[in-house]
Design a protein. Structure first.
Length: 213
C-alpha cells in the first residue's frame, strides 16, 4: 500500500462554504479561537483580528477547514501507526482519549528522547505520522519526526513556529476546554473519514476529553 502523500494547501477545498462542523457558538464558548498576544510570522495568515486587550483571535473557519483536512489525511494511515503526543497538562487527557477513540498510540506527559529514533529503547515506536499538541512543548517529538521523515500534524497557537509542521490546525493549544473541543472534533471526523464521510455512532462529548482542573 502506497504511503499517503503529505497534505498540501489545495487539499480539503471541497468544504461547503459557510457550513461548519459544529455550531459557531461551540467554537467560541470553548475558546478555540483565542490566541496569544505574541504572534509568529508563520501564523499571521490565520489571525482574524486583534482584540482590545492585545490577544490575537484566530479564524475559526480556517480552524474548521483544517480539522476536516487533518482528519481526511489521518484516515489514510493505519490507526496503530498514528502517534499523538502532548506534554501540556491540559492536552494529556485529550490526546489519550483521541488515540483510544481512533485506535492510535499516545505518548502523554514526558516524551522520552529517542522514542522514535533509538530502537534499543523499551518505548521505541515507529509511527507513520505524528500529531503534536504544541510544536514548542512537544519539540523533542517533533524533532525526531523530522529526522525520520514522517509528516506532522500540529495544533498551532498564534505564537507557534510552524516550519516543521506539515499540516497546521490553528487553535488555542493551551486552554483546557479548547484542547478538549479540538481533539473531540478531530476524533469524530477521523472516524467519519474512514467511513467515507458517512455519519458514524459517536457518543463521546467534549466533556469526555476535558482534563481535570
Amino acid at each position: 500500500m502506497a504511503e499517503p502523500l503529505p497534505p498540501t494547501e489545495s487539499d480539503g477545498q471541497d468544504t461547503r462554504p459557510g457550513e461548519l462542523l459544529i455550531p459557531e457558538e461551540t467554537y467560541l464558548t470553548s475558546g478555540v479561537h483565542i490566541g496569544t498576544q505574541q504572534k509568529s510570522a508563520s501564523m499571521r495568515r490565520f489571525v482574524y483580528k486583534v482584540r482590545f486587550d492585545g490577544l490575537h483571535v484566530l479564524d475559526i473557519r480556517e480552524t474548521d477547514r483544517r480539522i476536516r483536512l487533518a482528519a481526511k489525511f489521518l484516515s489514510r494511515y493505519p490507526a496503530e501507526k498514528i502517534l499523538s503526543v502532548s506534554q501540556r497538562q491540559y492536552g494529556q487527557k485529550p490526546v489519550r482519549v483521541f488515540a483510544k477513540t481512533i485506535g492510535a498510540v499516545s505518548y502523554s506527559e514526558r516524551f522520552v528522547p529517542g522514542c522514535l529514533t533509538n530502537p534499543s529503547l523499551a518505548d521505541y515506536f515507529e509511527p507513520k505520522v505524528l500529531v503534536v499538541t504544541d510544536p514548542a512543548t512537544d519539540q523533542q517529538a517533533l524533532s525526531e519526526a523530522v529526522s525520520i521523515g514522517i509528516p506532522v500534524v500540529g495544533l498551532c497557537d498564534v505564537n507557534n513556529e510552524t516550519r516543521n509542521v506539515d499540516l497546521v490546525i490553528p487553535a488555542n493549544n493551551k486552554g483546557r476546554v479548547a484542547l478538549a473541543t479540538v481533539y473531540w472534533l478531530l476524533s469524530r471526523e477521523v472516524l467519519r473519514a474512514r467511513a467515507g464521510g458517512a455519519e458514524v455512532p459517536y457518543p463521546l462529548t467534549i466533556e469526555d476529553f476535558q482534563a481535570a482542573l
